[in-house]
Write a protein that binds this ligand. Structure first.
Ligand code: IMP
Length: 204
């Protein structure tokens, strides 16, 4: 299946993200394949509103806006925390649960309160990352990655970001917030999605 997917040709690739960390990670991944990433902001491309109700829809609309705006292939990602007992919440609203200005202490409290209100005993959760690679001719491909684990309270560790301090990946006792960043990055939802993209669209 993956072997039949469209390959990303050497040349410029727009990264539809304003997150410096993500742009750097993507750069390291694609440069060995002769692909030169350029940030959407550097091309003056606007950030579309994330109006989708799924990770896939949001990744698609961001990648499509950049591919059309720049007339180049574009890559976008959308990610978040999905809690089984909360029917997948906070999901695509993960960033918004933290309010404005963003406060993830508050967002993590909200997750805990929602689990309590439900009387939930199962704290199983997943981080999800959906990547979308879109071409200016209208084609796109989507890859989904996940990291499975469970939630713990109170939050532990200050090494990560977002919901990392309450997420313990399967097979471990430490939260993503306590873990060596390299260790988290090797097993994260983003790494999983990138592995799939690399296999399908970069490896020749
Ligand atoms: P976005 O995909 O950049 O819109 O980010 C979505 C939100 O999901 C982030 O603001 C975080 O709250 C959460 N999130 C995504 N990935 C991670 C992660 O690796 N650790 C912790 N939180 C994450």
């Amino acid at each position: 299946m993956a072997g039949g997917m469209r390959k990303l040709a050497p040349g410029r690739l727009v990264i539809a993200s304003h997150n410096e960390g993500k742009i750097r990670e993507i750069k390291e991944l694609v440069e060995p394949f002769g692909i030169a990433p350029v940030a959407a902001a550097a091309l003056g491309l606007p950030d579309p509103e994330e109006t989708g109700t799924t990770f896939e829809a949001n990744a698609r609309l961001k990648a499509r806006a950049s591919a059309d705006g720049a007339d180049l292939p574009a890559l976008a990602d959308d990610s978040g925390l999905s809690v089984d007992a909360l029917g997948g919440d906070p999901g695509v609203y993960s960033a918004r649960w933290a309010g404005e200005p963003r406060d993830f202490g508050r967002a993590m409290d909200k997750v805990k309160a929602a689990l309590k209100a439900k009387g939930a005993t199962d704290y199983a959760a997943r981080f999800i990352c959906v990547l979308c690679l879109a071409w200016p001719d209208g084609e796109d491909i989507v890859f989904e990655g996940e990291a499975r684990g469970r939630l713990v309270f109170p939050p532990r560790g200050d090494r990560g970001f977002g919901y990392d301090p309450i997420f313990v990946p399967d097979g471990f006792e430490t939260t993503f917030g306590e873990m060596e960043p390299a260790r988290k990055h090797a097993m994260s939802h983003r790494a999983d999605a990138f592995r799939k993209l690399k296999k399908a669209c970069l490896d020749r």
